[in-house]
Design a protein around this ligand. Structure first.
Ligand SMILES: [Zn+2]
Length: 458
């Protein structure tokens, strides 16, 4: 190859790189709000969702639920005409999504030397912050890497262990499995900071009596991609299933990713997941196909042998809900999770305390009851396979006004109320006796107490 040819090859490959790395603009994209008021309207919306042509912000499509759909400027006329023809009101609630993205990226002009949750950190900044946390608390905090993402980024977090006792109570916190849900890592880093620095006796009790394993960004490739390329990215960045999405009028890049929260090996692909790579809820070609989901599951399996693992919390947005496992059950079948009643009570009491802080209301229930049935999620796997007793998925602020684009000024209020909720949940769990006996034993004890009560009553 002569110099001229080499230059040409270089120029072409550079052009390709630039094309691939192009930042996706949401200029003039609108978000519409639709509230289906009959089963027929729900079905129409589900069909529209299945067409994969528009971007459903909320996966929620249920009777009287608040459905937010983002629409490309080129498709807005067609979209509006269609909903007029089926006589379902579709109201524009966001005029220009890119505007709102730009606002969310704002950082205060003067910033304190320590991060104060007044803006959203990038992945590299979160890693640097974690390094600092470990350096500042060497006796208590240890850096942990549980695996490597598809693109080779570490899945990093901290282990917080104040007492170094044998057979401790253990809890794990998962953040950022869905890339665009930025409030999740912003909440999880805040929890780490509270556990390490708070002087509040309740927070200290929760931090010091439990060994915590906390991971702010379990989907690092996706999170980095929301900063560099596409703010609305949800999945990981696997190209294994790459295919054309032209038939849906979507960019092929949409197929470069698996929804990690549908990839876990518990009832995988049975409901509420897609086998189409162009879908936001694509579950992968096989359960646990992704290194990120395997890393989480392997780590849970490892630490549950190091003591008595009681807690697993996963943080998402948005909707203001606490989801109780299992996500595929509703009505009387919720009791497939043997301690559903306890989990429900713990969450309800926690959300009462949460509401007392800023008046924010959270709903509590299984996903199938208050959202939609789902399978293959991390928290259902933790409950159903790892058999951890107290397990939740939190859908943080808000209920759709800003959705994933929650303004930085709302990070702190969100975090304050979540801390209040968690503290109460820990208290109630402790009072219910979860620190002394295992889940299996609890069921036996409840049964014996029940039999005894019957005997006394007779
Ligand atoms: Zn999510």
């Amino acid at each position: 190859m002569n110099f001229k040819e080499m230059f040409l090859v270089l120029a072409i490959s550079l052009a390709i790189t630039v094309t691939n790395a192009e930042y996706v603009s949401y200029d003039q994209y609108k978000v519409y709000k639709i509230v289906p008021s009959s089963d027929a309207e729900v079905q129409i919306l589900l069909d529209v969702q299945k067409s994969n042509q528009y971007y459903f912000w909320s996966d929620v499509v249920a009777l009287n639920s608040d459905v937010r759909i983002m629409v490309d400027p080129a498709k807005q006329v067609e979209f509006e005409k269609y909903f007029e023809s089926v006589k379902i009101p579709a109201r524009v609630v966001i005029q220009d999504v890119q505007n709102m993205i730009n606002e969310q990226l704002q950082r205060p002009a003067t910033r304190s030397s320590k991060y104060a949750w007044d803006y959203y950190l990038s992945l590299d900044e979160i890693f640097a912050w974690l390094d600092q946390v470990v350096a500042d608390h060497p006796d208590v905090a240890t850096a942990v890497t549980i695996g490597t993402s598809v693109e080779g980024r570490p899945i990093r977090g901290v282990k917080i262990d104040f007492k170094k006792q044998a057979n401790p109570i253990i809890g794990m916190i998962e953040g950022g499995i869905h890339a665009r849900e930025w409030i999740s890592p912003a909440t999880v880093t805040y929890i780490i900071n509270e556990f390490l620095t708070s002087s509040d006796p309740d927070v200290k009790l929760m931090a010091e009596n439990i060994v915590w394993h906390i991971f702010p960004v379990t989907n690092p490739d996706g999170y980095a991609y929301t900063f560099s390329d596409n703010r609305m990215w949800r999945k990981n960045r696997s190209t294994y299933n790459h295919t054309s999405c032209a038939m849906y009028g979507l960019s092929d890049d949409i197929s470069n990713g698996i929804d990690l929260n549908r990839n876990f090996g518990f009832l995988w692909m049975s409901i509420g997941a897609s086998d189409i790579p162009c879908a936001e809820t694509f579950a992968g070609h096989v359960e646990f196909s992704e290194p990120e989901s395997r890393a989480i599951a392997n780590y849970v399996t490892t630490i549950k042998n190091e003591g008595h693992m009681v807690y697993y919390f996963a943080f998402h947005s948005y909707s203001q809900m606490v989801l109780v496992p299992y996500s595929h059950v509703a009505g009387s079948t919720v009791l497939e999770a043997p301690n559903y009643g306890d989990m429900f009570e713990v969450a309800i009491r926690g959300m009462d305390k949460l509401k007392a802080v800023h008046g924010t209301e959270y709903e509590v229930g299984t996903s199938a009851e208050i959202l939609y049935p789902v399978s293959g999620s991390s928290f259902d796997w933790v409950k159903g396979v790892a058999e951890i007793p107290i397990v939740y998925l939190f859908e943080l602020r808000d209920v759709g006004e800003f959705g994933f684009l929650l303004p930085p000024a709302r990070i702190i209020p969100n975090n304050e109320e979540i801390m209040a909720g968690l503290i109460e949940m820990e208290k109630v769990t402790r009072r219910l006796g979860y620190y002394h006996i295992s889940d299996g034993e609890r069921v036996v004890v409840s049964f014996v107490l029940f039999a005894l009560a019957l005997f006394v009553a007779m």
